[in-house]
Design a protein around this ligand. Structure first.
Ligand code: TXD
Length: 319
């Protein structure tokens, strides 16, 4: 069987880490694309020099030419710019929207059969725009945020309960960022829901509320520490888990930003919900009953995503 091909659009902090992980795990040949000349080539050369030590046989190539992503099985998109001082949210939106247009066209022309995972912020709007510009089927274009957000939530819960991370599952819905909705009723330690653990006196509602707030601000906490960029190890690991689910037809149940067509009362928007990822891309959307509070929080999150799409449409009339 021929090797799989993983194309990474954007060779920055997350793109480079994705390339490293994909090579270490031998997911397939890796193509690292960026508009900046030299960076993808330099990172690819450095990564190829890991091969003798690690013993991976996959190739890693750096490029500035979309033709090199031809036939990719998985494409992970991190291309874009981060917000700089003095730049409004709309300025950022305008710039990254243009990037999504270029990336969407590059994918449509060279790798229309790929499973595409978008990471670029503002995530829920960018994945929607990337799908529109690429014209790929909705089930083949997803956004990565939920795996990262729930991973952060799980890490904090494991610390709080002093248990192995292996026994913690957590559940996060909604958009990426301040409006995400961690759902404690579906977050468990070995199947025991967090509210039951609070009843057992293993934690308090106040402590769990503080963990929820910390999870919502999880990206900001890291930006404040790094000062010159945002998180990249955990975002990259999270996207790789999604890529593996697709490549291995694993049917994993993972939270992802996907196109909803009425589920959770949401129509024609990309919002984070649990889905089944397998060889068909998004194979199922998992709908769960929500408490009134979770439903209310999800509505706030959905409204925030809708606002972003209105702004995108005002910037680019073709959307
Ligand atoms: O959970 C999530 N979805 C996220 C999202 C978690 C963390 C960070 N998240 C967002 O991912 C972040 O706000 C950014 O929008 C992306 C990528 O983050 P990264 O840390 O990798 O950013 P870098 O290091 O600035 O890399 C971006 C690269 C950089 O090399 C640019 O030259 C390149 O994108 N770039 C482009 N590549 C291809 N094509 C175009 N047009 C282009 N424009 C810039």
């Amino acid at each position: 069987m021929a090797r799989k091909k993983i194309a990474l659009i954007g060779a920055g902090n997350i793109g480079g880490t994705l390339a490293h992980l994909a090579a270490l795990k031998s997911l397939g040949d890796v193509v690292l694309f960026d508009v900046v000349e030299g960076v993808p080539q330099g990172k690819a050369l450095d990564l190829r020099q890991c091969a003798p030590v690690e013993g991976f046989d996959v190739d890693v190539k750096g490029t500035n030419d979309y033709a090199d992503i031809a036939g990719a099985d998985v494409i992970i998109v991190t291309a874009g710019v981060a917000r700089k001082p003095g730049m409004s949210r709309d300025d950022l939106l305008g710039i990254n929207l243009k990037v999504m247009k270029a990336v969407g066209e590059g994918i449509a022309a060279n790798a229309p059969d790929a499973f595409v995972i978008c990471i670029t912020n503002p995530l829920d709007a960018m994945v929607w725009a990337l799908r529109e510009f690429s014209g790929l089927p909705h089930q083949k274009v997803v956004g990565m945020a939920g795996v990262l957000d729930s991973s952060r939530f799980s890490a904090f819960l494991a610390e709080e309960f002093q248990v192995s991370i292996k026994d913690v599952t957590s559940f996060v819905l909604g958009g990426h960022g301040d409006t995400m909705v961690p759902v404690i009723e579906y977050s468990t330690v070995s199947g025991i829901p967090v509210p039951d653990l609070i009843k057992q006196g293993r934690s308090t509602q106040e402590k769990i509320d503080a963990i929820i707030q910390r999870t919502r601000g999880g990206g900001g906490e890291i930006v404040a520490l790094l000062k010159t960029g945002s998180a990249y190890y955990a975002p990259a690991t999270s996207a790789i888990a999604m890529a593996q689910a697709y490549l291995g037809d694993e049917k994993r149940v993972l939270p992802a930003a996907v196109h909803l067509t009425g589920q959770y009362g949401v129509d024609n928007l990309y919002v984070g919900v649990p889905v089944v990822i397998g060889a068909g891309g998004v194979e199922q959307i998992v709908e769960i009953a929500l408490s009134d509070e979770a439903k209310k929080n999800l509505d706030v999150s959905v409204d925030a995503v809708k606002e972003l799409l209105v702004a995108c449409k005002a910037i680019d009339g073709s959307l």
